[in-house]
Design a binder for this molecule. Structure first.
Ligand code: G1P
Length: 293
């Protein structure tokens, strides 16, 4: 598998007004925009052909992963080679292609737009809002399971029952090898209707048959074409490319599209940062210490 799709067309309304003139994917985590962490994760998994599904006012994404000759020349002239390397790194990570979504008709629609680029091979989908801790990479395991089963693979995470309505939810049975076989998927169910507390998180390894199914999938939750609904169809289908399997993720994941989760991601990265960690810990210890009477 070589190809990954990164849907990045969402408006980022949860972060307004910060995202009025800037894509939400460019919000920084320390010194890299959130989207760069996602691209780096794909590259670590060997996915060097990346298609980003973008939209209006997402130009900054293309600029970020492009060369910046003026800035590079200036840094070079100053002899600031560390910054020069950091600036160049994002332009050499992968072969990044861009396609505009056009209609904002949902995640399923965004993935369907990738059909021509992907062709007839399995591919990964990484949602730009989901930040998966570098040490807890899950794509390799998902790719192996896709190769083994010939179906599609989703990443699942146990969440508090009160949180499940923010996610796709899976009804799944244990399968050989410690994985799960998905029987049913529901997009953003109410707590009472949820078949489990297993939430779909934003990493997928999909069989290309998903495109035929997406093309036939009517709008679902929120009036949008849902990837979850197409996967539900594949979970109960027969023949080549059918079947949906789950890998349970137990590592650290942040939703950088959510303010509290974004702040937790920044703080976690800062605490573990080589240069910033100690200072951050001292400061936190200070503000958390009970004040003297
Ligand atoms: C999307 C998917 C949902 C999944 C979630 C993970 O929802 O539709 O099934 O659980 O990503 O982040 P969104 O968060 O885009 O509304």
């Amino acid at each position: 598998m070589r190809k990954a799709v990164i849907p990045a067309a969402g408006l980022g309304t949860r972060f307004l007004p910060a995202t009025k003139a800037m894509p939400k994917e460019m919000l920084p985590l320390i010194d890299r925009p959130a989207i760069q962490y996602v691209v780096e994760e794909a590259v670590r998994a060997g996915l060097t052909d990346i298609l980003m599904i973008t939209g209006r006012s997402k130009r900054a994404l293309e600029d970020h992963f492009d060369r910046e000759p003026f800035l590079e020349d200036t840094l070079e002239a100053k002899g600031d080679y560390a910054k020069l390397a950091a600036v160049r790194q994002s332009s050499t990570l992968a072969d990044i292609h861009y396609l505009r979504q056009g209609d904002p008709a949902g995640l399923g629609h965004a993935v369907l737009r990738a059909r021509k680029h992907i062709g007839n091979e399995p591919f990964a989908v990484l949602l730009g809002d989901d930040l998966i801790d570098e040490q807890d990479g899950i794509l390799d395991e998902m790719t192996r399971l896709q190769e083994l089963t010939g179906g599609s693979v989703i990443a699942l995470m146990e969440v508090e029952p009160s949180q499940i309505s923010a996610y796709g939810c899976a009804d799944a049975l244990p399968a050989p090898g410690g994985h799960l076989q998905v029987r049913r998927l529901v997009e953003k169910p109410g707590a009472a209707a949820a078949p489990s507390n297993l939430a779909v998180i934003g990493r997928y390894v999909l069989h290309p048959r998903i495109f035929d199914v997406l093309a036939q999938t009517p709008p679902g939750q929120g009036g949008e074409i849902q990837l979850t609904d197409a996967l539900q169809t594949l979970a109960t289908a027969d023949g080549p490319g059918s079947g949906v399997f789950g890998v349970v993720f137990r590592g650290r994941r942040f939703d950088t599209g959510d303010k509290l989760s974004y702040l937790k991601a920044v703080l976690t990265l800062a605490l573990e940062h080589q240069d910033l960690g100690a200072g951050m810990r001292d400061w936190l210890d200070g503000i958390m210490a009970p004040s003297l009477p």
